[in-house]
Ligand binder design. Sequence first.
Ligand code: NG6
Ligand code: CA
Length: 503
Amino acid sequence: MTNTLPNVIILYADDLGFGDLSCYGANNIPTPNLDKLAEEGTKFSQGYATAATCTPSRYSLLTGSYPWRNPNAAVLSGDAPQIIGKNQPTLPKMFKKQGYRTGIVGKWHLGLGDGNLDFNKLISGTPNDVGFDQSFIMAATNDRVPCVYIDNRNVENLDPNDPIEVTYDWNKAFTDVPNGRNHPELLDMMYDHGHDGTIINGVSRIGHMRGGQSAIWDDETMGERFTEKAIEFIEQNQHTPFFLYYALHQPHVPRIPNPKFRDTTPHGARGDVIVEMDWCIGQVLNKLEALGLKENTLVIFSSDNGPVLNDGYKDQAIELNGDHKMAGPLRGGKYSLFEGGTRVPFIVSWPNVTTEKLSNALISQVDLYHSLAILIGYQLSENEAPDSEDQLCTLIGLHPYGRKNMILEGMQYKKVFRDRRYVYIPAHDDDFICQYTGNEKGNLPSPQLYDLFDDIGQLNNLAEVMPEKVEEMQNLFDQLTSREKTRAPIRKRISFPRVRTKI
Ligand code: NG6
Ligand code: CA
Protein backbone atom coordinates (compact mmCIF):
# COMPACT_ATOMS: atom_id res chain seq x y z
CA MET A 1 0.00 0.00 0.00
CA THR A 2 1.53 3.30 -1.09
CA ASN A 3 0.71 6.91 -0.50
CA THR A 4 0.95 8.74 -3.75
CA LEU A 5 -0.02 12.02 -5.31
CA PRO A 6 -3.30 11.82 -7.19
CA ASN A 7 -3.48 12.17 -10.94
CA VAL A 8 -5.48 15.17 -12.10
CA ILE A 9 -7.50 15.36 -15.30
CA ILE A 10 -9.27 18.51 -16.45
CA LEU A 11 -11.87 17.83 -19.13
CA TYR A 12 -12.83 21.09 -20.77
CA ALA A 13 -15.71 21.43 -23.22
CA ASP A 14 -16.03 24.23 -25.77
CA ASP A 15 -19.25 26.30 -25.68
CA LEU A 16 -21.22 23.82 -23.59
CA GLY A 17 -24.09 25.48 -21.75
CA PHE A 18 -25.31 25.10 -18.18
CA GLY A 19 -28.35 23.14 -19.38
CA ASP A 20 -26.70 21.00 -22.06
CA LEU A 21 -26.09 17.77 -20.14
CA SER A 22 -28.75 15.37 -18.94
CA CYS A 23 -27.44 15.69 -15.40
CA TYR A 24 -27.99 19.44 -15.68
CA GLY A 25 -31.53 19.10 -16.99
CA ALA A 26 -31.30 18.40 -20.74
CA ASN A 27 -34.17 16.09 -21.72
CA ASN A 28 -33.12 14.88 -25.13
CA ILE A 29 -29.34 14.84 -25.01
CA PRO A 30 -28.19 11.60 -23.42
CA THR A 31 -24.85 12.09 -21.66
CA PRO A 32 -24.52 8.90 -19.60
CA ASN A 33 -20.80 9.17 -18.97
CA LEU A 34 -20.91 12.66 -17.55
CA ASP A 35 -24.07 11.80 -15.65
CA LYS A 36 -22.19 8.92 -14.03
CA LEU A 37 -19.24 11.18 -13.24
CA ALA A 38 -21.64 13.61 -11.55
CA GLU A 39 -23.38 10.77 -9.74
CA GLU A 40 -20.11 9.47 -8.36
CA GLY A 41 -18.72 12.93 -7.66
CA THR A 42 -19.98 16.43 -6.96
CA LYS A 43 -22.07 18.49 -9.32
CA PHE A 44 -21.77 22.24 -8.84
CA SER A 45 -24.71 24.54 -9.43
CA GLN A 46 -22.55 27.68 -9.31
CA GLY A 47 -19.34 26.82 -11.14
CA TYR A 48 -17.97 29.52 -13.44
CA ALA A 49 -15.60 30.13 -16.29
CA THR A 50 -13.94 33.53 -15.92
CA ALA A 51 -15.21 34.76 -19.28
CA ALA A 52 -17.94 34.25 -21.84
CA THR A 53 -15.46 33.42 -24.61
CA CYS A 54 -12.74 30.89 -25.04
CA THR A 55 -9.25 32.38 -24.97
CA PRO A 56 -9.83 34.46 -21.82
CA SER A 57 -11.30 31.52 -19.89
CA ARG A 58 -8.50 29.20 -20.93
CA TYR A 59 -5.95 31.81 -19.98
CA SER A 60 -7.39 31.96 -16.46
CA LEU A 61 -7.54 28.22 -16.09
CA LEU A 62 -3.86 27.83 -16.88
CA THR A 63 -2.48 30.96 -15.18
CA GLY A 64 -4.79 31.56 -12.20
CA SER A 65 -5.12 35.13 -13.37
CA TYR A 66 -8.24 37.00 -14.45
CA PRO A 67 -8.12 37.45 -18.23
CA TRP A 68 -8.60 41.19 -18.25
CA ARG A 69 -5.18 41.58 -16.61
CA ASN A 70 -3.68 40.54 -19.93
CA PRO A 71 -4.68 42.84 -22.80
CA ASN A 72 -3.97 40.02 -25.27
CA ALA A 73 -6.43 37.61 -23.70
CA ALA A 74 -9.17 38.00 -26.31
CA VAL A 75 -10.39 35.47 -28.91
CA LEU A 76 -7.27 34.75 -30.97
CA SER A 77 -6.72 33.91 -34.62
CA GLY A 78 -4.92 30.70 -35.56
CA ASP A 79 -1.66 32.53 -36.28
CA ALA A 80 -1.62 34.75 -33.17
CA PRO A 81 1.46 34.72 -30.94
CA GLN A 82 1.36 32.91 -27.65
CA ILE A 83 -0.15 35.05 -24.90
CA ILE A 84 1.30 33.17 -21.93
CA GLY A 85 4.83 34.39 -21.34
CA LYS A 86 7.59 31.81 -21.27
CA ASN A 87 8.54 32.86 -17.75
CA GLN A 88 5.01 33.14 -16.49
CA PRO A 89 3.97 30.61 -13.83
CA THR A 90 1.39 28.14 -15.12
CA LEU A 91 -0.67 25.28 -13.81
CA PRO A 92 1.22 22.63 -15.78
CA LYS A 93 4.57 24.08 -14.63
CA MET A 94 3.37 23.75 -11.08
CA PHE A 95 2.51 20.11 -11.62
CA LYS A 96 5.88 19.51 -13.24
CA LYS A 97 7.68 20.98 -10.26
CA GLN A 98 5.91 18.43 -8.07
CA GLY A 99 7.12 15.59 -10.25
CA TYR A 100 4.07 15.16 -12.46
CA ARG A 101 4.08 14.36 -16.16
CA THR A 102 1.92 16.94 -17.90
CA GLY A 103 0.00 16.72 -21.14
CA ILE A 104 -2.53 18.63 -23.21
CA VAL A 105 -4.76 17.21 -25.89
CA GLY A 106 -7.29 19.19 -27.93
CA LYS A 107 -8.01 22.86 -28.31
CA TRP A 108 -5.26 25.30 -27.38
CA HIS A 109 -6.34 28.80 -28.49
CA LEU A 110 -3.70 30.63 -26.46
CA GLY A 111 -1.49 31.51 -29.40
CA LEU A 112 1.63 29.94 -30.84
CA GLY A 113 5.12 31.17 -31.56
CA ASP A 114 6.64 34.52 -30.79
CA GLY A 115 5.41 36.60 -33.70
CA ASN A 116 7.22 34.89 -36.56
CA LEU A 117 5.14 31.77 -36.60
CA ASP A 118 5.99 29.34 -39.39
CA PHE A 119 3.94 26.16 -39.38
CA ASN A 120 6.54 24.45 -41.56
CA LYS A 121 9.30 24.63 -38.99
CA LEU A 122 9.78 23.40 -35.48
CA ILE A 123 7.43 25.69 -33.57
CA SER A 124 8.79 27.46 -30.56
CA GLY A 125 6.06 28.91 -28.38
CA THR A 126 3.79 25.89 -27.96
CA PRO A 127 2.14 24.34 -24.91
CA ASN A 128 5.50 22.57 -24.46
CA ASP A 129 7.04 25.98 -23.69
CA VAL A 130 4.64 26.79 -20.90
CA GLY A 131 4.75 23.59 -18.89
CA PHE A 132 3.39 20.69 -20.89
CA ASP A 133 5.68 17.71 -21.45
CA GLN A 134 3.50 16.47 -24.26
CA SER A 135 0.98 18.18 -26.50
CA PHE A 136 -1.33 17.28 -29.33
CA ILE A 137 -3.46 20.26 -30.24
CA MET A 138 -5.30 22.35 -32.74
CA ALA A 139 -3.95 25.89 -32.83
CA ALA A 140 -7.14 27.84 -32.24
CA THR A 141 -10.69 26.68 -32.97
CA ASN A 142 -12.16 24.19 -35.40
CA ASP A 143 -13.59 27.08 -37.42
CA ARG A 144 -10.19 28.74 -37.86
CA VAL A 145 -7.22 27.90 -40.04
CA PRO A 146 -4.80 26.17 -39.98
CA CYS A 147 -6.95 23.01 -39.93
CA VAL A 148 -4.11 20.71 -38.91
CA TYR A 149 -3.03 18.95 -35.75
CA ILE A 150 0.13 20.06 -34.03
CA ASP A 151 2.02 17.22 -32.42
CA ASN A 152 4.33 18.78 -29.85
CA ARG A 153 6.28 21.25 -32.01
CA ASN A 154 5.41 20.00 -35.48
CA VAL A 155 2.41 19.97 -37.74
CA GLU A 156 1.45 16.31 -37.95
CA ASN A 157 1.76 14.61 -41.37
CA LEU A 158 3.10 17.70 -43.10
CA ASP A 159 4.74 17.13 -46.46
CA PRO A 160 7.72 19.51 -46.72
CA ASN A 161 7.06 19.81 -50.44
CA ASP A 162 3.66 21.26 -49.76
CA PRO A 163 4.26 23.94 -47.13
CA ILE A 164 1.43 25.62 -45.23
CA GLU A 165 0.74 29.31 -45.61
CA VAL A 166 -1.73 31.07 -43.36
CA THR A 167 -3.18 34.55 -43.38
CA TYR A 168 -6.16 36.22 -41.75
CA ASP A 169 -6.00 39.18 -44.10
CA TRP A 170 -8.60 39.14 -46.91
CA ASN A 171 -6.28 41.34 -48.98
CA LYS A 172 -3.75 38.54 -48.93
CA ALA A 173 -6.26 35.71 -49.43
CA PHE A 174 -4.87 33.02 -51.75
CA THR A 175 -6.53 33.46 -55.12
CA ASP A 176 -5.79 29.89 -56.21
CA VAL A 177 -7.56 28.38 -53.20
CA PRO A 178 -11.37 28.42 -53.16
CA ASN A 179 -13.06 30.27 -50.32
CA GLY A 180 -16.65 30.28 -49.14
CA ARG A 181 -17.28 33.86 -50.19
CA ASN A 182 -16.44 33.29 -53.85
CA HIS A 183 -17.36 29.62 -54.16
CA PRO A 184 -20.42 28.93 -52.04
CA GLU A 185 -21.36 26.21 -54.55
CA LEU A 186 -18.49 24.11 -53.15
CA LEU A 187 -19.81 24.15 -49.59
CA ASP A 188 -21.43 21.23 -47.78
CA MET A 189 -22.50 23.57 -45.02
CA MET A 190 -23.29 27.20 -45.69
CA TYR A 191 -21.65 29.81 -43.52
CA ASP A 192 -23.73 32.48 -41.92
CA HIS A 193 -21.36 35.17 -40.78
CA GLY A 194 -17.61 35.69 -40.87
CA HIS A 195 -16.73 32.11 -41.81
CA ASP A 196 -16.25 32.62 -45.51
CA GLY A 197 -12.49 31.99 -45.82
CA THR A 198 -10.70 28.90 -47.13
CA ILE A 199 -12.85 25.85 -47.74
CA ILE A 200 -11.56 22.82 -45.87
CA ASN A 201 -13.51 19.55 -46.08
CA GLY A 202 -16.49 21.37 -47.64
CA VAL A 203 -16.66 23.94 -44.82
CA SER A 204 -15.33 27.48 -45.13
CA ARG A 205 -13.37 28.70 -42.12
CA ILE A 206 -12.25 31.95 -40.58
CA GLY A 207 -8.93 32.83 -42.25
CA HIS A 208 -7.08 31.53 -45.26
CA MET A 209 -4.67 28.69 -45.73
CA ARG A 210 -2.84 27.16 -48.64
CA GLY A 211 -0.82 23.95 -48.83
CA GLY A 212 -0.39 21.32 -46.14
CA GLN A 213 -2.90 19.04 -47.86
CA SER A 214 -1.58 15.84 -46.29
CA ALA A 215 -1.85 17.41 -42.84
CA ILE A 216 -5.46 18.58 -43.04
CA TRP A 217 -7.55 17.13 -40.23
CA ASP A 218 -10.72 15.17 -40.75
CA ASP A 219 -13.55 16.92 -38.90
CA GLU A 220 -15.64 13.78 -38.49
CA THR A 221 -12.94 11.90 -36.61
CA MET A 222 -11.53 14.81 -34.62
CA GLY A 223 -13.27 13.65 -31.44
CA GLU A 224 -11.90 10.13 -31.76
CA ARG A 225 -8.44 11.41 -32.60
CA PHE A 226 -8.17 13.57 -29.51
CA THR A 227 -9.60 10.76 -27.40
CA GLU A 228 -6.97 8.34 -28.69
CA LYS A 229 -4.27 10.84 -27.85
CA ALA A 230 -5.65 11.45 -24.36
CA ILE A 231 -5.75 7.71 -23.74
CA GLU A 232 -2.23 7.31 -25.12
CA PHE A 233 -1.00 9.94 -22.67
CA ILE A 234 -2.64 8.17 -19.75
CA GLU A 235 -1.24 4.80 -20.79
CA GLN A 236 2.25 6.19 -21.23
CA ASN A 237 2.23 7.95 -17.89
CA GLN A 238 0.25 5.54 -15.76
CA HIS A 239 3.18 4.82 -13.46
CA THR A 240 3.91 8.44 -12.54
CA PRO A 241 1.52 11.05 -11.22
CA PHE A 242 0.14 12.87 -14.25
CA PHE A 243 -1.82 15.98 -15.08
CA LEU A 244 -3.86 15.82 -18.26
CA TYR A 245 -5.68 18.80 -19.72
CA TYR A 246 -8.07 17.38 -22.28
CA ALA A 247 -9.72 20.30 -24.09
CA LEU A 248 -12.52 18.88 -26.20
CA HIS A 249 -13.61 20.70 -29.33
CA GLN A 250 -17.32 19.95 -28.98
CA PRO A 251 -19.86 21.55 -29.30
CA HIS A 252 -18.07 24.49 -30.95
CA VAL A 253 -18.82 25.20 -34.62
CA PRO A 254 -18.51 23.74 -37.18
CA ARG A 255 -20.46 20.92 -35.59
CA ILE A 256 -19.57 17.85 -37.59
CA PRO A 257 -20.33 14.69 -35.66
CA ASN A 258 -18.84 11.36 -36.47
CA PRO A 259 -21.52 9.43 -38.44
CA LYS A 260 -21.86 7.14 -35.39
CA PHE A 261 -23.47 9.99 -33.48
CA ARG A 262 -25.59 11.48 -36.23
CA ASP A 263 -29.27 11.78 -35.25
CA THR A 264 -28.70 10.61 -31.71
CA THR A 265 -30.69 13.65 -30.57
CA PRO A 266 -33.62 15.57 -32.04
CA HIS A 267 -31.50 18.73 -32.03
CA GLY A 268 -29.37 18.09 -35.09
CA ALA A 269 -25.61 18.46 -35.13
CA ARG A 270 -25.41 20.54 -31.97
CA GLY A 271 -27.07 17.88 -29.86
CA ASP A 272 -25.23 15.07 -31.64
CA VAL A 273 -21.78 16.48 -30.98
CA ILE A 274 -22.61 16.78 -27.28
CA VAL A 275 -23.44 13.07 -27.28
CA GLU A 276 -20.15 12.49 -29.10
CA MET A 277 -18.29 14.56 -26.51
CA ASP A 278 -19.80 12.48 -23.75
CA TRP A 279 -18.70 9.31 -25.55
CA CYS A 280 -15.13 10.64 -25.83
CA ILE A 281 -15.10 11.34 -22.12
CA GLY A 282 -16.50 7.89 -21.43
CA GLN A 283 -13.60 6.34 -23.34
CA VAL A 284 -11.09 8.18 -21.20
CA LEU A 285 -12.86 7.38 -17.94
CA ASN A 286 -13.19 3.71 -18.89
CA LYS A 287 -9.49 3.59 -19.62
CA LEU A 288 -8.72 5.03 -16.20
CA GLU A 289 -10.80 2.32 -14.63
CA ALA A 290 -9.26 -0.42 -16.76
CA LEU A 291 -5.78 0.69 -15.73
CA GLY A 292 -6.75 0.73 -12.07
CA LEU A 293 -6.24 4.50 -11.87
CA LYS A 294 -9.78 5.60 -11.12
CA GLU A 295 -9.43 5.64 -7.33
CA ASN A 296 -6.38 7.84 -7.45
CA THR A 297 -7.48 10.32 -10.10
CA LEU A 298 -9.26 13.59 -9.50
CA VAL A 299 -11.39 14.42 -12.55
CA ILE A 300 -12.75 17.88 -13.16
CA PHE A 301 -15.18 18.62 -15.97
CA SER A 302 -16.27 22.07 -17.10
CA SER A 303 -16.79 24.32 -20.12
CA ASP A 304 -14.98 27.44 -21.31
CA ASN A 305 -18.08 29.55 -21.84
CA GLY A 306 -21.81 29.38 -22.33
CA PRO A 307 -23.81 28.11 -25.28
CA VAL A 308 -24.76 29.53 -28.66
CA LEU A 309 -26.97 28.29 -31.49
CA ASN A 310 -25.83 30.11 -34.62
CA ASP A 311 -22.13 30.82 -34.24
CA GLY A 312 -21.37 31.16 -37.92
CA TYR A 313 -22.89 28.26 -39.87
CA LYS A 314 -26.34 27.31 -41.06
CA ASP A 315 -26.33 23.96 -39.31
CA GLN A 316 -29.98 23.99 -38.22
CA ALA A 317 -29.09 24.49 -34.59
CA ILE A 318 -31.84 27.12 -34.33
CA GLU A 319 -34.47 25.20 -36.24
CA LEU A 320 -33.94 21.97 -34.32
CA ASN A 321 -33.41 23.36 -30.86
CA GLY A 322 -37.07 22.85 -29.95
CA ASP A 323 -37.67 23.50 -26.27
CA HIS A 324 -34.11 22.60 -25.22
CA LYS A 325 -32.74 25.17 -22.81
CA MET A 326 -29.00 25.27 -23.52
CA ALA A 327 -28.33 27.51 -20.54
CA GLY A 328 -30.98 25.91 -18.35
CA PRO A 329 -32.78 28.57 -16.33
CA LEU A 330 -30.07 31.16 -16.96
CA ARG A 331 -30.30 34.24 -19.13
CA GLY A 332 -27.88 34.76 -22.02
CA GLY A 333 -25.20 32.46 -23.39
CA LYS A 334 -21.82 32.72 -25.05
CA TYR A 335 -20.63 36.37 -25.26
CA SER A 336 -23.04 37.38 -22.49
CA LEU A 337 -22.65 39.36 -19.30
CA PHE A 338 -25.66 37.48 -18.01
CA GLU A 339 -25.21 34.23 -16.12
CA GLY A 340 -25.54 32.03 -19.22
CA GLY A 341 -22.23 33.41 -20.47
CA THR A 342 -20.06 32.07 -17.69
CA ARG A 343 -22.02 29.76 -15.37
CA VAL A 344 -21.33 26.34 -16.82
CA PRO A 345 -21.49 22.65 -15.93
CA PHE A 346 -18.84 21.93 -13.29
CA ILE A 347 -18.31 18.40 -12.03
CA VAL A 348 -15.60 17.14 -9.72
CA SER A 349 -15.10 13.47 -9.05
CA TRP A 350 -12.54 11.68 -6.96
CA PRO A 351 -13.69 8.34 -5.60
CA ASN A 352 -13.67 8.13 -1.79
CA VAL A 353 -12.98 11.84 -1.47
CA THR A 354 -15.82 13.73 -3.12
CA THR A 355 -18.91 12.77 -1.18
CA GLU A 356 -21.48 15.53 -1.69
CA LYS A 357 -23.73 14.93 -4.68
CA LEU A 358 -24.52 18.59 -5.16
CA SER A 359 -22.68 21.72 -4.18
CA ASN A 360 -24.22 25.16 -4.34
CA ALA A 361 -20.92 26.80 -3.46
CA LEU A 362 -19.56 29.58 -5.63
CA ILE A 363 -16.43 28.49 -7.46
CA SER A 364 -14.47 29.74 -10.46
CA GLN A 365 -12.13 27.91 -12.78
CA VAL A 366 -9.51 30.48 -11.83
CA ASP A 367 -9.42 28.77 -8.42
CA LEU A 368 -8.26 25.44 -9.74
CA TYR A 369 -4.62 26.57 -9.76
CA HIS A 370 -4.38 27.45 -6.07
CA SER A 371 -6.67 24.63 -4.93
CA LEU A 372 -4.67 22.02 -6.81
CA ALA A 373 -1.44 23.56 -5.48
CA ILE A 374 -2.66 22.86 -1.96
CA LEU A 375 -3.70 19.38 -2.97
CA ILE A 376 -0.25 18.46 -4.26
CA GLY A 377 1.71 20.27 -1.58
CA TYR A 378 2.99 23.13 -3.71
CA GLN A 379 3.69 26.57 -2.29
CA LEU A 380 2.57 29.42 -4.52
CA SER A 381 5.00 32.29 -4.95
CA GLU A 382 4.02 35.95 -4.70
CA ASN A 383 3.66 36.49 -8.42
CA GLU A 384 1.83 33.27 -9.07
CA ALA A 385 -1.88 32.77 -9.84
CA PRO A 386 -2.86 36.20 -8.46
CA ASP A 387 -6.62 35.75 -8.65
CA SER A 388 -6.78 32.12 -7.68
CA GLU A 389 -8.23 31.30 -4.28
CA ASP A 390 -7.57 28.11 -2.41
CA GLN A 391 -10.97 26.46 -2.73
CA LEU A 392 -9.80 22.90 -2.32
CA CYS A 393 -12.36 22.24 0.41
CA THR A 394 -15.07 23.60 -1.88
CA LEU A 395 -13.81 21.53 -4.75
CA ILE A 396 -14.12 18.30 -2.85
CA GLY A 397 -17.53 19.25 -1.52
CA LEU A 398 -16.55 20.19 2.03
CA HIS A 399 -17.22 23.90 1.94
CA PRO A 400 -20.83 24.94 1.36
CA TYR A 401 -20.29 28.56 0.24
CA GLY A 402 -17.00 28.81 -1.63
CA ARG A 403 -15.94 32.20 -2.88
CA LYS A 404 -17.28 35.41 -1.41
CA ASN A 405 -17.34 37.09 -4.80
CA MET A 406 -15.87 36.91 -8.29
CA ILE A 407 -15.31 38.96 -11.38
CA LEU A 408 -16.62 37.67 -14.68
CA GLU A 409 -15.99 38.90 -18.18
CA GLY A 410 -18.46 39.11 -21.04
CA MET A 411 -16.67 40.27 -24.15
CA GLN A 412 -13.95 42.82 -24.81
CA TYR A 413 -13.05 43.13 -21.13
CA LYS A 414 -16.57 44.17 -20.10
CA LYS A 415 -16.98 42.89 -16.59
CA VAL A 416 -19.59 41.68 -14.15
CA PHE A 417 -19.24 41.45 -10.39
CA ARG A 418 -20.92 38.67 -8.45
CA ASP A 419 -21.21 38.01 -4.77
CA ARG A 420 -22.90 35.07 -3.13
CA ARG A 421 -26.35 36.47 -3.75
CA TYR A 422 -26.28 39.41 -6.13
CA VAL A 423 -24.80 40.07 -9.49
CA TYR A 424 -23.94 43.59 -10.53
CA ILE A 425 -23.43 44.57 -14.14
CA PRO A 426 -21.88 48.04 -14.37
CA ALA A 427 -23.03 50.37 -17.13
CA HIS A 428 -21.29 49.41 -20.37
CA ASP A 429 -21.23 51.32 -23.59
CA ASP A 430 -21.79 48.53 -26.11
CA ASP A 431 -24.54 46.51 -27.81
CA PHE A 432 -27.19 44.68 -25.86
CA ILE A 433 -27.59 42.02 -28.53
CA CYS A 434 -24.72 40.31 -30.36
CA GLN A 435 -25.33 41.19 -33.99
CA TYR A 436 -23.98 37.89 -35.28
CA THR A 437 -25.45 35.30 -32.97
CA GLY A 438 -28.51 37.02 -31.58
CA ASN A 439 -27.30 36.15 -28.05
CA GLU A 440 -27.84 38.84 -25.45
CA LYS A 441 -24.49 40.39 -24.62
CA GLY A 442 -26.33 42.32 -21.92
CA ASN A 443 -24.64 45.73 -22.10
CA LEU A 444 -26.81 48.65 -21.00
CA PRO A 445 -25.96 52.32 -20.46
CA SER A 446 -27.19 52.06 -16.86
CA PRO A 447 -26.26 49.62 -14.08
CA GLN A 448 -28.03 46.31 -13.57
CA LEU A 449 -28.41 44.42 -10.32
CA TYR A 450 -30.03 41.01 -9.93
CA ASP A 451 -30.86 38.90 -6.91
CA LEU A 452 -29.87 35.42 -8.03
CA PHE A 453 -31.58 33.77 -5.06
CA ASP A 454 -34.97 35.01 -6.16
CA ASP A 455 -34.41 35.71 -9.81
CA ILE A 456 -32.00 33.25 -11.40
CA GLY A 457 -33.29 34.23 -14.85
CA GLN A 458 -32.24 37.87 -14.29
CA LEU A 459 -35.51 39.45 -15.30
CA ASN A 460 -35.89 41.96 -12.51
CA ASN A 461 -33.28 44.72 -12.50
CA LEU A 462 -33.05 46.00 -8.92
CA ALA A 463 -30.46 48.72 -9.56
CA GLU A 464 -32.93 51.55 -9.09
CA VAL A 465 -34.59 50.16 -5.99
CA MET A 466 -31.35 49.11 -4.27
CA PRO A 467 -28.94 52.01 -4.90
CA GLU A 468 -26.92 51.26 -1.72
CA LYS A 469 -26.22 47.74 -2.89
CA VAL A 470 -25.17 49.06 -6.30
CA GLU A 471 -22.81 51.50 -4.63
CA GLU A 472 -21.38 48.85 -2.30
CA MET A 473 -20.74 46.48 -5.17
CA GLN A 474 -19.31 49.18 -7.41
CA ASN A 475 -16.85 50.18 -4.67
CA LEU A 476 -15.69 46.65 -4.05
CA PHE A 477 -15.50 46.01 -7.79
CA ASP A 478 -13.34 49.15 -8.23
CA GLN A 479 -11.02 47.99 -5.47
CA LEU A 480 -10.65 44.49 -6.84
CA THR A 481 -10.02 45.66 -10.38
CA SER A 482 -7.65 48.51 -9.54
CA ARG A 483 -4.02 48.17 -10.47
CA GLU A 484 -2.86 48.36 -6.86
CA LYS A 485 -5.01 45.43 -5.91
CA THR A 486 -3.27 42.97 -3.68
CA ARG A 487 -3.36 39.41 -4.82
CA ALA A 488 -5.67 36.68 -3.51
CA PRO A 489 -4.28 35.51 -0.15
CA ILE A 490 -1.71 32.76 -0.47
CA ARG A 491 -2.42 29.71 1.63
CA LYS A 492 0.60 28.24 3.36
CA ARG A 493 1.25 24.80 2.09
CA ILE A 494 1.22 23.18 5.50
CA SER A 495 -2.12 24.62 6.52
CA PHE A 496 -4.04 21.95 4.69
CA PRO A 497 -3.23 18.33 5.33
CA ARG A 498 -2.59 16.72 2.03
CA VAL A 499 -5.34 14.34 1.12
CA ARG A 500 -3.95 10.85 0.95
CA THR A 501 -5.54 8.00 -0.85
CA LYS A 502 -4.62 4.38 -1.05
CA ILE A 503 -3.87 2.49 -4.18
C1 NG6 B 1 -15.94 34.69 -32.99
C2 NG6 B 1 -16.55 33.97 -34.17
C3 NG6 B 1 -17.24 32.71 -33.66
C4 NG6 B 1 -16.30 31.87 -32.84
C5 NG6 B 1 -15.68 32.72 -31.74
C6 NG6 B 1 -14.65 31.99 -30.95
C7 NG6 B 1 -17.28 35.52 -35.93
C8 NG6 B 1 -18.33 36.49 -36.36
N1 NG6 B 1 -17.52 34.85 -34.82
O1 NG6 B 1 -15.23 35.80 -33.43
O2 NG6 B 1 -17.75 31.97 -34.72
O3 NG6 B 1 -15.30 31.33 -33.65
O4 NG6 B 1 -15.06 33.85 -32.30
O5 NG6 B 1 -15.23 31.06 -30.14
O6 NG6 B 1 -16.27 35.38 -36.60
S1 NG6 B 1 -14.49 30.65 -28.85
O7 NG6 B 1 -15.32 29.65 -28.21
O8 NG6 B 1 -13.22 30.08 -29.28
O9 NG6 B 1 -14.33 31.83 -28.04
CA1 CA C 1 -15.57 28.40 -26.37
